[in-house]
Design a protein around this ligand. Structure first.
Ligand SMILES: Cc1cc2nc3c(=O)[nH]c(=O)nc-3n(C[C@H](O)[C@H](O)[C@H](O)COP(=O)(O)OP(=O)(O)OC[C@H]3O[C@@H](n4cnc5c(N)ncnc54)[C@H](O)[C@@H]3O)c2cc1C
Length: 492
């Protein structure tokens, strides 16, 4: 396994490979292992030379955990992409370097099954599944982490020796806590996941065709777009209120609408449109009823597009306009919040104020439906603690020209803060909100300027599961080799 140093023609391509161009790193060298043994060697070498290693799989980290100038050794596992049915573990084995899109493709073409996971096909499985991983099918099937049967992890013991270990969810497995920590603990905390094993919690996995949910036979996507200019504060409030009310009424696991997922895109008025996009695996009737409850009562004209698609065609290129050229050149900031109850009138007024503010930025408030099957799992059964939410909401901004940074960051930070005036500017776990998602990390939550709640960042992400995660960290990465700005701290 070669060391790729800055004089190697591959270095700049590899060093540049990341979604969020807001961050840059300059590792002394990069390793591209092709096996677990090589990952162990790469980690051992870094530890022996006292250099700080970090792992990258798909490069879609929203914060600078990988692209960090303090990182000296980048271990990129994107060549480790094997996906197969493993009869010995009775589960699908997926290497950490495979992308979500490749996972969808191989599982569908091989066995007609699906793992409910994230929306963008370029995300790496390595950094995704262990952060919970929600997506288009989560209301029907749950989180990807709910299907995690086991992991293979490379980590470092108290003597500085790198090694690999397997942990499964079997109650008899002495390493079960390590498995548990990977069902929502987040990336870059305990070591390098080289392989996931995946199968449904209620399957013994002996038949691969039923070891995961059957993929939808077909799906129906929908898009609705209004001209922003048609809206005033009253109609805007009406729209947001309708979306919140629908989400509250239809997020129970027994709702007839769990086969429908949608996102309300409250774009800044600069962007010209307000939109809803979503999909149904239960036919067009669910969409009609959804839109009749949300869009119809507004009484403003809108453009509606409904399309049938195969699951795979959609999963490999979902809503292409969202991920269009230029998308991969963007600097971005995402600030996430879980909601148990709809927006209050004063939160809607705040949203209207920021989305119509006279600023030259590109930004939006995205509101995604949540719940359904996700909410069937107890908060401590996995490390993904938020299990009774109705929406996941995010204030987002992106810019290409570095000069846009200050205004965009200022807008998105103040917008988010203003949504939670009664809880120090963050969505503390309370009757209405329930913290934030670790797959959408936001270092502001650890910054007293932006989190004035007195509730620590780790409670926002992990709630009561944090001490247990710390125990896992202390046992399996006692030298704290794997860390970043929001990593789990050693106990004590
Ligand atoms: C465009 C876009 C769309 C997204 N959509 C969704 C979505 O629909 N649902 C959702 O849940 N999330 C979504 N995310 C968030 C995404 O799941 C996380 O950013 C995830 O961590 C990305 O994983 P990665 O391997 O691509 O990233 P990387 O940048 O490679 O890694 C992210 C973090 O995980 C660590 N890590 C990477 N590989 C491993 C490994 N093998 N073992 C241990 N730690 C590892 C890294 O060190 C880093 O801390 C999206 C992000 C983007 C940019």
């Amino acid at each position: 396994m070669e060391k790729i140093t800055p004089d190697d023609i591959r270095y700049s391509d590899l060093a540049e490979k990341r979604f969020n161009k807001r961050f840059t790193g300059k590792p002394e060298y990069i390793r591209l292992p092709t096996s677990t043994k090589e990952v162990v060697e790469a980690v051992q070498e870094a530890v022996n030379s006292k250099r700080r290693p970090v792992v990258r799989s798909g490069g879609h980290c929203l914060e600078g955990f990988v692209s960090d100038p303090a990182v000296q050794v980048l271990i990129d596992i994107s060549l480790m992409t094997d996906i197969h049915y493993d009869a010995e573990q009775a589960a699908f084995a997926v290497e950490g370097g495979a992308t979500v899109g490749e996972m969808y493709r191989r599982l569908f073409l091989g066995w007609g099954v699906v793992l409910p996971a994230g929306e963008h096909p370029g995300i790496g499985m390595g950094g995704h599944v262990l952060g919970g991983a929600f997506g288009f099918l989560c209301r029907e099937y749950g989180l990807a982490a709910d299907y995690l049967y086991g992991i293979e992890l490379v980590t470092v013991d108290a003597t500085g020796k790198a090694y690999s270990v397997i942990a499964t969810r079997e109650t008899t497995d002495p390493n079960r806590e390590l498995w548990w920590a990977h069902t929502g603990g987040g990336g870059g905390n305990f070591g390098i996941v080289t392989r996931y094993w995946l199968r449904s919690p209620d399957s013994n996995g002996s038949d691969p065709y039923s070891a995961l949910p059957k993929a939808p036979a077909s799906i129906t996507t929908f898009r609705v777009a209004w001209d922003w200019k048609l809206f005033d504060e009253t109609s805007f409030s009406h729209l947001v209120r309708n979306f919140g009310a629908w989400s509250l009424q239809n997020s129970r696991p027994d709702s007839p609408y769990t086969q429908l997922f949608s996102i309300l895109f409250l774009n800044h008025r600069n962007l010209g449109k307000l939109e809803i996009k979503g999909l149904s695996t239960g036919g067009v009737q669910l969409i009609d009823e959804h839109l009749a409850a949300i869009a119809g009562p507004i009484g403003l004209p809108y453009i509606q597009q409904i399309e049938e698609s195969s699951w795979l065609r959609f999963a490999l290129n979902p809503f292409p306009e969202l991920f269009q050229p230029g998308f991969d050149n963007v600097q971005a900031k995402v600030k996430d919040a879980f909601f148990r109850q709809p927006f209050t009138d004063s939160q809607i007024a705040t949203a209207y104020k920021y989305l119509t503010a006279d600023v030259k930025i590109g930004g939006l408030l995205g509101m995604a439906t949540y719940g359904g099957k996700v909410n069937t799992v107890p908060p401590d059964a996995t490390a993904s603690a938020q299990r009774d939410c109705i929406m996941d909401v995010a204030c987002n901004t992106g810019w290409v020209d570095p000069e846009g940074a200050a205004a965009s960051l200022d807008w998105v930070r103040n917008f988010y803060k203003a949504l939670f005036p009664g809880s120090g500017g963050v969505p503390v776990p309370n009757e209405q909100t329930d913290g934030s998602m670790i797959n959408h990390p936001d270092t502001d939550l650890a910054d007293p300027e932006w989190n004035q709640s007195g509730v620590p960042w780790h409670t926002l992400y992990y709630k009561e599961n944090y001490p247990r995660l710390q125990n896992v960290k202390t046992k399996w990465d006692p030298l704290n080799i794997f860390y970043h700005a929001l990593s789990i701290q050693l106990a004590g």
